[in-house]
Design a binder for this molecule. Structure first.
Ligand SMILES: *[C@@H]1O[C@H](CO)[C@@H](O)[C@H](O)[C@H]1NC(C)=O
Length: 513
């Protein structure tokens, strides 16, 4: 009922009637917090959309590409929604021109995409290079630059070459050196044209889902330690790749290197001291698991170290399930990023919950439980309720904790479930306007050093274990049609309008363009 009303109000706004809604999500109605803020971002603000290789490229075994853990996982019956795979997906391997045209239609000045490691190195190591794969990325980058769109390249967005999983994947210490060799090749090959690099995408997600609960590739279920061990190697690989770039490539290529971390905002469920402490532990322990080593101390957050060590001791282990860095590693990690990439989608309420019977994982280890508010709208993903003010709080927490580090929102967006084609996605329009409005407040009112906003995602694609059942695209993709046609949704037009205005004009203000 309420959603319909908001949608109607927005629809009127978009038809050109100057009735800007004062509140985008009425159910939150905190007049101080939720009032709409008009204004512009700095003139050099980065606007973009993001994708990931396995989710859009298809051509899984073409032109010399080797298999990745996602090929293996999705080809295993029972692992994904309706056993769907990314074998073809959006077929972007064959659609550079069309994808770049759609990026131009949005008016973005950045495109964040990832390299398929096994398309470049079929075995995962630089002794075998696949020239066709290297050429594909050169062609894509050249097409972007010709369209005045800056590439922002993610080195690792989850599709690890299968031969590297055959030696244990990220739980094997050797991966530290192997990743650095891969990064070295990519910096050398593409760094003349690419000046914004992201080493890893969402290490909390791929280590917990991939190495601890088995919900994602490679499907390992090493409960209590798999994610910590894999994450430990990932952090060292990140830091060494950063320093390699800093010393060997930066003087010539003048680029920047960061890491993208996923975070929800964690709001205390009640005003009790226990819940407030639990929320603090949740954000510090979970986001800080990867952010503290890179952006603060060179080491894991004390609260996580202590709790995991205590819990390990309590069950008779002689050392903590949480690995430790050497002093040398801490020095290497501390300050090993030029920017903070934040992927943010939603917020949870956090309550204190200490239950020693739980199977250990990051949540159980940190003694908290997360829930959602029933009054928050639903989307196509159970974990994604639109709570725009949570992003502003998350950004402020990052500023208060890590200081004046440049921040890019590297993903933010909203899903719907598969069904009849829906181009009139006013709920997604509302989501983007509300969330982007919150980052404008964070930038202008709170002084967060925000450099850019990259939406997830350019077009519907293969949403990992959810297959094609969760659509996040600004462009709709018809996966039934072999041509995989893309069609702009209302949200694509609304996002283009925000980019054109570089923010939000007052209802009576005319666009300068
Ligand atoms: C997917 O694979 C599982 C396991 O083999 C099977 O039980 C199920 O019927 C398959 N689903 C579809 C839609 O093919």
């Amino acid at each position: 009922m309420q959603t319909t009303l908001i949608t109607t109000v927005l629809a009127i706004f978009y038809l050109g009637v100057s009735a800007e809604p004062e509140f985008l999500y009425k159910q939150f109605r905190d007049p101080e917090r939720d009032v709409f803020h008009y204004g512009k971002f700095p003139s050099d603000f980065a606007w973009g959309v993001a994708t990931a290789s396995y989710q859009i490229e298809g051509a899984w075994n073409e032109d010399g590409k080797g298999p990745s853990v996602w090929d293996t996982f999705a080809h295993t019956p029972g692992k994904t929604h309706l056993n769907q795979t990314g074998d073809v997906t959006c077929n972007s391997y064959h659609k550079i021109e069309e994808d770049v045209k759609n990026l131009q239609e949005l008016g973005v000045n950045h495109y964040r995409f990832s390299l398929s490691w096994s398309r470049i190195m079929p075995k995962g190591t630089p002794d075998v290079i696949n020239p066709a794969g290297v050429k594909y990325y050169h062609d894509l980058i050249d097409a972007l630059l010709a369209a005045n769109i800056q590439p922002m390249v993610t080195l690792f967005h989850w599709d690890l070459p299968q031969p590297l999983m055959d030696i244990g994947g990220w739980e094997n210490e050797l991966m530290h050196a192997i990743f650095v060799a891969y990064a070295d090749f990519c910096f050398q090959e593409f760094g003349g044209k690419v000046t914004k690099w992201i080493t890893f995408n969402e290490p909390t997600v791929f280590t917990v889902f991939g190495y601890e609960i088995g919900y994602h590739a490679p499907g390992m279920t090493h409960l209590g330690w798999g994610a910590y061990r894999a994450g430990h190697v990932v952090l060292k690989a990140h830091a060494t790749a950063y320093h390699l770039y800093d010393k060997k490539y930066r003087p010539l290529q003048h680029g920047i290197v960061g890491i993208t971390l996923h975070s929800r905002w964690y709001e205390p469920k009640s005003d009790s001291e226990a819940d407030r402490e639990a929320a603090k532990r949740a954000i510090t322990g979970e986001l800080g698991w990867f952010a503290h080593p890179v952006f603060l101390t060179g080491d894991y957050p004390e609260v996580a170290k202590k709790l995991i060590a205590d819990k390990s001791r309590a069950v008779g282990l002689t050392s903590s399930r949480f690995p430790e860095f050497t002093e040398e590693e801490k020095l290497m990690l501390k300050g090993s990023a030029d920017f903070f990439g934040l992927n943010h989608y939603s917020t949870s309420y956090i309550e204190h919950k200490a239950d020693t019977s739980l199977i250990p994982n990051i949540m159980a280890d940190l003694d908290y439980k997360a829930t959602e508010d029933d009054s928050w709208d639903r989307t196509g993903s159970w974990w994604l309720r639109p709570v725009p003010w949570g992003l502003r709080k998350n950004l402020n927490w990052i500023k208060d904790t890590y200081g004046d580090i440049p921040v890019y929102i590297t993903e933010n967006g909203m899903s719907e479930n598969d069904g009849p084609m829906r181009l009139d996605d006013m709920d997604r329009v509302t989501y983007y306007r509300a969330y982007i409005n919150e980052i404008l407040k964070a930038q202008q009112i709170d002084g967060v050093n925000l450099k850019g906003y990259i939406a997830w995602t350019l077009m519907d694609n293969f949403e990992w274990a959810e297959g094609y059942n969760e659509r996040f695209g600004l462009f709709h993709v018809d996966f039934e049609d072999p041509q995989k046609p893309r069609r702009p949704r209302a949200s694509a037009k609304a996002f283009a309008e925000i980019i054109k205005n570089n923010g939000f004009l007052k209802p009576n203000e005319k666009s300068e363009l």
